[in-house]
Design a protein around this ligand. Structure first.
Ligand SMILES: *[C@@H]1O[C@H](CO)[C@@H](O)[C@H](O)[C@H]1NC(C)=O
Ligand SMILES: *[C@@H]1O[C@H](CO)[C@@H](O)[C@H](O)[C@H]1NC(C)=O
Length: 485
C-alpha cells in the first residue's frame, strides 16, 4: 500500500481549478482531483495573479466552540478586504467562504464586484473554518473534526459581520449583502434565515441548500449533458461499456476487466467495495471531463474520441479513453483502499487538506449533507454498481466505525429539518445557476458570476441585470425596528 501511495503522490497532475498560495499550477493526486470537480466551486481564471491583488488579508479571532461556554479556546480565520469603491454610507458585500481556501478573486473581478462599484460597497471574502489556513485544531483526527459543523461556520460569519460593521467600516447600520456559490450558497441562504439583522440579502449561485443522502439525480444530469453536448450515440456507448463490464465481472471474468483497464490490483468480484470503487472511478473520470472548465467543448471532444475509435467493443473504447485521461498513471488505482487512504491524512499541511480540503469536505458530507454521487437511477449511463453501500463504508473507513449509514442519514435529515431544505421560507435571497451545473437547470451556459461582457447572450444579460436590481432593492428596503411601549 505504501508503495502505491508513493506512486500516487509522485504522479501529479495540474489542476483546472486555481487555488491561492500556489504560484505554479497546483499539483495534486489524480484521485483527489476527480473528487473535487463534481460539486460547484468558484472557478478562477488560470492567469489571475494573486501577487497583484489589491485586497488586504487579515485574521479574525473567534471561539472554537460557539455553543459551549465552558470551552474558552479561540482561533483565527482569514478574511480579505477591498475598499476601492467604498463611500461612507455604502453597503458591505461579502463573498462567502465555502469548503475551499479563501478566494479573493471575486472581490476584485466579476459581476458582484461590478455591482459593488455602482453601489459604493466595501468588499470582503472570508475563509470557512477548517479550510485553507483557518484551523481551530492542530490536526484533522476524527475527534478534532467535532467543531466542523455548518452551525459553527454560521456563527463565525455572523461575528465577522458584526466586527466588520462595528470596527472596520464603522457603520453599524451598513447594509450587508452576501454572495455564496455551491456549498457557500447554502451558508449565504442560512445566514439570511438565521441572522436577518446581520444580512440584508443574499445572492446564491448554484446553491446546494438541500441535503440529500443519495444524490443519484446528479448522474442523470451528467447523462443529460452528454446527450445535449455530445450525442445520443455517445451516451449509449458509455451505457453499453458499463453494462458489459458489469456482465463480465458477474460472469467471473475479472481478469479481462482488470487487464483492459490496467488496474493496479486485480479486481476481486467478491469485494463489492472494490467493484463499486472501480465503477465510481470511471464515472468520475467521465464526469470530470463533462464538467471540465465549465466548457461544453470537452463533452464534444469526449464523444468524438469515442466515436472515432476503431476498437470492436465499446468497453475497449472506453478503457482506451480512460488510459488517455489518466495518461500520467502507470496503473489505475481504482480500489477502495486507495480512495479511503487519501482522505485519511490528518496532517493539516498536507496538500490534500490544506489546498483541497478533502478530509474536511467529506467529513461534512458524511455528517451533515450526504450529496453522495451514486448511480441509483435507471435513467443514466453509469450502470447500477455505484450505490450508498460504497459511500456508507467510505464514511466508516475514513472517520471511524461510529459513522454508520444511520448516522449519515440522521445528519442529512437534521440538516433539512433545521434549515428547511428546498423550502427555507426566507425573503431577500436570489437563487441563480451558473454554467454546466448538474445540480440545476443548464440553460445559461456562461457562468453568471462573471462581469457583463460583449459575449453574453441577451438571456444572460437580462439575468445579470436582474441580479443587480434585486441587490439594489435590498439595499434600500426600509428597516422597521420593534417600537418601545
Ligand atoms: C475524430 O475524427 C474526425 C474526422 O477524422 C477528426 O476531424 C476529429 O479531430 C477526431 N476527433 C478526435 C477527438 O479525435
Ligand atoms: C462518427 O464517425 C462517423 C465515421 O467516422 C462519422 O460519419 C459520424 O459523423 C460521426 N458521428 C458523430 C456524431 O460525430
Amino acid at each position: 500500500m505504501a508503495l502505491k501511495l508513493a506512486l500516487l503522490a509522485t504522479l501529479l497532475v495540474s489542476a483546472t481549478v486555481a487555488f491561492p498560495e500556489l504560484r505554479n499550477p497546483v499539483k495534486m493526486t489524480p484521485i483527489a482531483k476527480k473528487m473535487l470537480e463534481a460539486y460547484p466551486i468558484p472557478e478562477v481564471p488560470k492567469d489571475y495573479d494573486r501577487s497583484q491583488s489589491r485586497s488586504i488579508g487579515t485574521m479574525f479571532r473567534t471561539r472554537v466552540d460557539h455553543f459551549n461556554p465552558q470551552n474558552r479556546d479561540t482561533f483565527e480565520f482569514q478574511y480579505y478586504s477591498n475598499d476601492e469603491y467604498y463611500q461612507p454610507g455604502g453597503p458591505i458585500f461579502i463573498f462567502v467562504g465555502g469548503n475551499w481556501p479563501v478566494e479573493q478573486y471575486y472581490i476584485e473581478h466579476g459581476h458582484f464586484h461590478d455591482i459593488a462599484y455602482y453601489e459604493n460597497a466595501w468588499l470582503f471574502a472570508n475563509e470557512h473554518r477548517y479550510y485553507g489556513s483557518s484551523l481551530p485544531v492542530e490536526d484533522l483526527s476524527t475527534p478534532n473534526l467535532r467543531f466542523l459543523t455548518v452551525e459553527q461556520a454560521l456563527v463565525d460569519l455572523g461575528e465577522l459581520i458584526y466586527h466588520i460593521r462595528h470596527n472596520v467600516v464603522r457603520d453599524d447600520n451598513a447594509r450587508v449583502i452576501l454572495l455564496g456559490v455551491g456549498y457557500a450558497g447554502a451558508i449565504a441562504t442560512w445566514m439570511r434565515q438565521r441572522y436577518p439583522h446581520l444580512v440584508d440579502g443574499s445572492w446564491v449561485s448554484s446553491g446546494q441548500v438541500d441535503a440529500r443522502f443519495d444524490f443519484g439525480q446528479h448522474a442523470v444530469e451528467v447523462g443529460g449533458l452528454i446527450r445535449d453536448h455530445g450525442n445520443d450515440e455517445c451516451y449509449s456507448q458509455i451505457w453499453r461499456a458499463f453494462r458489459t463490464a458489469e456482465a463480465l465481472l458477474d460472469a467471473g471474468r475479472t481478469e479481462t476487466v482488470s487487464e483492459l483497464f490496467n488496474t493496479c490490483s486485480p479486481i476481486d468480484e467478491e469485494n463489492m467495495l472494490d467493484v463499486e470503487t472501480f465503477f465510481f472511478s470511471i464515472k468520475e473520470a467521465i464526469q470530470t471531463e463533462v464538467l471540465s472548465e465549465q466548457n461544453v467543448v470537452y463533452t464534444d471532444r469526449l464523444c468524438q474520441t469515442l466515436n472515432n475509435s476503431t476498437e470492436s467493443t465499446d468497453l475497449q473504447t472506453l478503457a482506451n479513453w480512460v488510459h488517455d485521461h489518466f495518461y500520467f498513471l502507470d496503473c489505475m488505482p481504482f480500489d477502495f483502499e486507495s480512495s479511503t487512504e487519501i482522505h485519511s491524512i490528518v496532517d493539516v499541511d498536507a496538500i490534500e487538506n490544506r489546498i483541497l480540503g478533502l478530509r474536511q469536505r467529506y467529513y461534512q458530507f458524511c455528517t451533515e449533507f450526504g450529496w453522495f454521487l451514486t448511480a441509483d437511477s435507471a435513467d443514466q449511463p453509469f450502470g447500477y454498481r455505484i450505490t450508498m453501500y460504497l459511500f456508507s463504508n467510505f464514511c466508516k473507513a475514513v472517520y471511524g466505525e461510529w459513522l454508520t449509514a444511520e448516522v449519515v442519514a440522521d445528519g442529512v435529515h437534521l440538516t433539512n429539518m433545521h434549515f428547511g431544505g428546498k423550502d427555507p421560507r426566507i425573503a431577500n435571497v436570489l437563487f441563480t445557476n451558473g454554467g454546466l451545473d448538474p445540480v440545476r437547470d443548464i440553460s445559461i451556459t456562461d457562468a453568471d458570476l462573471n462581469s457583463i461582457s460583449g459575449y453574453n447572450s441577451p438571456e444572460l444579460l437580462a439575468a445579470k441585470k436582474q441580479i443587480h436590481d434585486y441587490i439594489v432593492s435590498w439595499l434600500y428596503e426600509p428597516v422597521v425596528p420593534i417600537e418601545e411601549n
